[in-house]
Design a protein around this ligand. Sequence first.
Ligand code: SF4
Length: 683
Amino acid sequence: MNIQYTPTTCPYCGCGCGFNLVSVDGKLKGVEPWKRNPVNEGKLCPKGNFSYEFVHREDRLTTPLIKKGGEFVEATWDEALDLVASKLTEMKEANAEQLAFLSSARCTNEDNYVFQKFVRTVVGTNNVDHCARLCHGPSVAGLAQTFGSGAMTNSLESCAHADVVFLIGTNTLEQHPLMWRRALQAKENGAKIMVADPRFTPSAKQADLYIPFQSGTDVALLNSMMNVIIAEGLEDKEFVENRTTGYEELKEMVKQYPPEEAEKITGVPADLIKEAALMYAKADNAALLFSMGITQHTVGTENVMSTSNIAMLTGNIGRPGTGVNPLRGQNNVQGACDMGALPVVYPGYQAVINEELGEKMQTSWGCGDLSCTPGLTVVEIMHAAHDGDIKGMYIMGENPMVSDPDLQHVEAALNNLDFLVVQDIFLTETAALADVVLPAFSWAEKDGTFTSTERRVQYIRKAVDGPGETRDDWEIISDIATRMGSELFKFNSAHEIFEEVRYVTPQYAGMNKERLEKPEALHWPCPDEEHPGTPILHAEKFATPDGLGVFKAIEFKPPAENPDDEYPFILTTGRMLFHWHTGSMTRRSETLDREVPTGFVEINPEDAAKLGVKNKEMVKVKTRRGEIEVPAKVTSDIIQGTVFIPFHFAECAANMLTSGDELDPFAKMPELKVSAASIEKLE
Ligand code: SF4
């Protein structure tokens, strides 16, 4: 019997926990702790513990598929790749801007790097994006404007040193359990935890202070807290004076939000707003954590900038136990963004509109002219496909038929394409609509790197062979590029690709194999091989051109859609402990799926009584986009007037109900956390 332990990184949330995959005679049998990994020190949440269960599923894709007469037919790699290469060549010669490409926060840095390089150097467009757009696009846009760098400021471990941990729009206990462990370590040392959320989440239940507020009113709440802080003279005058600009405008703006006024907008009693403000401002070190409760709004970028404002106002930047910390939902959202799988930047956030940077990339890559026209974002791509302006699409490792807003619109858009290629590990809801399906390795079958939410770049290592004829994602893309005539994709390994990544990505330049092999790996920025990496950003100065943090005076704007007589409820969507993203992996894990086998809608008991709905009875939830039938979960964990549906379940898909019509002007985020909805009991 051949037993092997392969140290690797979890494929689920952005915490980036390490563990050993255990294989026996080439088959995965379980996971074992990897205690020297400093992220999680041997601890895991349920998703990590059962992360191996989907890998050997019988419904894995094992061979390329080509749709003929409406049915998938097995094909050889040559047949499938020749077809893809010839169709893409024909379509790019007609108009490269009519092609769009979705990369993947689930895939490695190497996969994402090769993908965007292919789109830019071979196809000749910047129409490349991925579903970070629908989670932390506003974090990148907002933090870049205020701090000069769109990433989590501190490490996970840093949170354990806080005196106050302020969670707003994040259910950290369920979504990032090993980050929650750090918050609990802080609490054991005497810290207070405060949680602002429309749901009385498991995180909120363990908080010292719970601030229930109406979804979409984050700016009003944060402005009001800042109003109190300034009125009480609790702002950090030295920090504001020496390290920031824009304070006077902010001060004038927040004057308009005394707690009594903010109460009318947020639903939070004025005294509770004051208590929250004082708790946060009086802490020596306060860490602010947020997730999609902040970002998934048409004002998501402004919400993010408001979190920067309150942290700078109180001087909570640049030390252990402080910071503004967007918690990334997927394993490699940070890395996919770092690698330039975004329509406006090359690897390392180098803007495509900057001609000098474009010339630098041309020289580095040895390619012809690169387009300096920004590409389309995820939702814009679907709108363009719907209208016939995008005619071909290539999707690697994403499932927009569950993850994107307004699924009827998405389905119509994908069906409207002349040519759709999907590269994945299962025949997902999206892959089912494709013309060509290409089977790829899962994370347990490949080498490479993920970059976690704390900017830590870590190895994943191949533990077992992929099934059938599956291949590495980067290898499939490289093969197509070569078939389309490019000489720039002669890679033999993930390591070779990473060496090129280091060469073109300044933040990764100092990361060599020897350093990344260590369990602690490295946090970017790490500009040279002597640099120790940077667990905490902005210690001395911000990453802005003048080194100063920028306050943004932000006015509250209501959500794009509000309840009315026809649709009287606010519908909000989100995630849960046992499932991850579109469920394509966790719902194929027997253990995880057994815990929560289908979706539900949380309804407050008062609302349920008015509707005549009892727990577990089926209801119809309807919005202007569509309707779903789903069991009711009657619970006082949700405030009156608001209902919650997790988005993991295709059979009662929350995104049938959400809207992609209105977008955040900076990050193009739709209003995923607020939809006007009606509920009807089903007989
Ligand atoms: Fe994986 Fe996140 Fe759980 Fe860690 S906390 S085991 S990274 S899902």
